[in-house]
Each structure stands twice: as structure tokens, then as C-alpha cells.
Design a protein around this ligand. Sequence first.
Ligand code: GLN
Length: 547
Amino acid sequence: MARYVFITGGVVSSLGKGLASAALGALLQARGYSVRLRKLDPYLNVDPGTMSPFEHGEVFVTDDGAETDLDLGHYERFTGVSARKTDSVSSGRIYSNVLEKERRGDYLGKTIQVIPHVTNEIKDFLRVGEDEVDFMLCEIGGTVGDIEGLPFFEAIRQFAQERQRGQCIFMHLTLLPYIAASGELKTKPTQHSVKELRSIGIAPDVLVCRSEKPIPQKEREKIALFCNVRPDAVIAAPDLKTIYEAPLAYHREGLDQAVLDAFQIAPAPRPDLSRWEDVMDRLENAEGEVRIAVVGKYTQLEDAYKSIAEALTHGGMANRVRVKAEWVDSEIFEREDPGPWLEDFHAICVPGGFGERGTEGMINAARFARERKIPYLGICLGMQMAVIESARNLARLNDAGSEEFDHEAGEKRFTPVVYHLKEWVQGNHRVERKLGDDKGGTMRLGAYTAVLKQGSRVAGIYGSPEIEERHRHRYEVDIRYRDQLEGHGLVFSGMSPDGRLPEIVEYENHPWFIGVQFHPELKSKPFAPHPLFADFVRAAKEAERLV
Ligand code: GLN
């Protein structure tokens, strides 16, 4: 049965709780343990699938088709453990399950209450798969004291109480603000945050304190005394140059040791940190730099393309080169020629997105990359726009477009080279969708197989005739245009196994131009860069030599 680490936060949000959880997962793995990470989010959306990327950052998709919080992306990138539907839950999902059961009559006429019905539902979620791993790390979103979070805090309190002593520990992340005028780190907000936590029955075993300065021993002892933890369980979380430093930095500060001590595991297995030492070596000793333009629509919020940014960094690590990704708003290219903006970049990536805004700019960026022979990676919407560009400018289908934009505008303006996907095969059953379906969870989601064309560039890159990648889309390139487009050099080099859904396109007469309907960025890891990103950066590096 797994041991549980519950990770909570206090004082302010955005302290890097997800990163600390992910790093702890990596460190426990380095000591030979198996782990699984989970996220419990207090918001009332059933999942983040319908939230704007501006609101909540990227939606991370799992193999089994769940639309989850971007923290699950961190978890995967640090541990390599593929997240599942059952690793992410929100208050909305919990309440929706409880209400569904109530309607079905499952509660046999009882009055439904937060305690015990909602908390029981949360505890059931926590228990899923507990026999599979040594450690289950569960992060509670938000900060202690948030109204929505209360049922989660109550549930983890009950959970720990019901288990044998020593099976569950609590790790709390706080902030030690630095007051420049007095040159001091202040511990009071941390004391208050722990007090708040204890008032709901949770006593932290490990405190992780974010601070811009090292924590003097005197302050450490003060925190330990006032917060009732051991001094060596007060862990400093300094600011880092790169997130991938987190496992080594937390190890230096003694986080994994403090956690194992809290579980009274002695002697602790020795860690093998070579994976993270290699990652840091690649990051710190990169030679040269390539500049890659990411031409998209959610460029104001960096988190909106989190996995793409990370996958590009990993691609750089594979080639021992630094990748400087710059975010360019595609709408600019609806007014201006992309030339002056893009010609100094060594490669162009057009990522995924929804809705028509900015798409004509993406089409212009794709054209620029094709004509100027600049490496181009189109992901999902970025692939669809590259196909439309090809249809318009090579096949002379001047009004080629996507049905997505006609649906949004409520009028028919385009020849739908990209159409609304209404049925497809998943495993051995058929999935059907209608236009008026709910927005939540109705896309083609999760891992699907693609069959690669022999001799194509992608077959060479993947080194395998069949691949599995994660999807999140509602529209699809229409296979009826295949012959016409292939006649102009746009090869359909990856298809769904039934041959009906184009998964990958590439130009045969271009140094590197690939569009993929799926999201390869979701599977890239610092210690295992995704082959498409590794090869894309390699091509950019080659282009760099030519510039
Ligand atoms: N909006 C497009 C679709 O639904 C692309 C989605 C995406 O880029 N993830 O098919």
C-alpha cells in the first residue's frame, strides 16, 4: 500500500508547489521508489478543458484522454510516469459525481452533506491505484484558507487519520518575504499559514519555504519552534535558474531526506542522481543558440504553451544547443509582411489553438516558412493552417479554410479543407459527435496510433512504422484533398490505422516542414527529448550555420 505525501500551499499562490511536488517525485525515484503524482484542484469547473488558456494556461492531455491541469505536465516531465484520468480532480468533478449519485438514488434517501459525502468522494479518488506504487504524492491546488479548498483539506485530514500512523505526511509550501529595509527574512506569514492549517487539523511534517535569500540557521530554528516541525524539516526553496535544477537543488537542501525521515524510513536508500546531473550538464554546457519563433495566438501568457516551451528546451538539450524561443502574436501577420519579423529566426513553430482569430496570420507564417525554406513545425492548428496554405497557394483552392471558422462566424465562407470530425474509431469502437454537442470532453482526446509512410522524413525521425501520440482536436484535414495536395509536394506521411484521418503532413522538397495533428510536446521529457522536437532543433541548428 502506498505511503501518501499531501502537498499544500500557504501565504500566496504561484510558489511553485507543482514543481516542488514533481521534484520530490523525481528524488524518490532516484532513491529507487515508484511514485505517482496527483492534483486536486478546488475550482468548480469539471475539468480545465473548457477554460481559456489565458485563464488557466495550457490544458495537459493524458494518454487516456483526460483534459487536466498543466501541473500534470510537470509531473510527467520530472518523473516520466504517464498521468491518467484518475490523477486529476476538481471540486467541480467531485460535486458532479456526488450529485449524479444523488439523482440515481445511490444515497438511499439520506441528506447529502459536504462531510461525509463530498469528503468520501475525495477519499475514494485518493485511493485509486494505491497498491501500484510506493509513494502517492497529492498536491492540493490553491492556498490554505480558500473557501473552495476546504473539503479537500478536510478529506486529507480524515484520510491520514484513518490510515496507520506513519503512512501519510503533510508538506506545506510557504513564502519567507525578504524586507530589504531591515535586511531580514520574515517568518510571520509562514507562522500564520501553519496556524491556519493546524486550525483545520493538519500539522505539517515538512515545511518548504520559498525565499530569495538563504535561510539563516536562527530563522530556521525560529520557524521550527513556532510551526512545530523539526529544524531539518524546514527546507529552503531558493529561486532557480531553470526548473530542471529543482531535483538537485531540493536534494541539496535535504527535502527527500526530510520526507523519508518523516516516514521514519531508515536507513534511507542512497540516491542515484545521474539522470539530473546529465540534464543539468546539457543545459549548462550548451554550445551556441538557435532562435525559434513560436507564432501563436495565446502569446501574452507564457503558461498557455508551457509544454511547447519545455519540449523546445529538451530539443536543444538533445543537440547541446540553447534554444531561445520567442513568442510572436500571429495576428501581426494579418496586417504586416512576416518577412522582417521572421527572417532572423532559425525555425518557426505554429502551435495549437482554437477559433479564427489570428489564423490568417498563421497561414502567412506557414507560407513564409515554405517559400523561404525555413524549418517549420505545425502542431494541431499549426498543421491545419499549413494544409490550408498549401491548398490556397499551391493547389489554387483560393477559398480553402476550416469549418471551425465558419461555425464560429455562423456563415459559410470557406471550402472546408479542414472539416468537423463527426466519427472516428477508438480502439475497437466508433465514437460519434454532433455539432451541437457539449464543449466539455467531446473532442478527439488522448492517445491514438498513427501509421507512418515508409521512407518519409517522420518515419526516419521516429525510427518506427507506428507511433502513439496524444490528441486534442475537433476538426480534421479532409482526406479528399490528399491527391491534389500530394501532387504539389505535400505528402500525407502519417495516417490513422484505418487510413481515414491524416495525422502528419510534410513537404518532400523542403529542408524540414512537418505538420502534426497531435501534440508531441506533451510527451517530451528533459531526459528523453521528443524525437520530433530533437530533430526540429537539429534542423534549426543547421539553418543557423547557413544564416
Ligand atoms: N481548433 C482545432 C481543432 O479543434 C485545433 C485544435 C488544437 O490546436 N488543439 O481541431
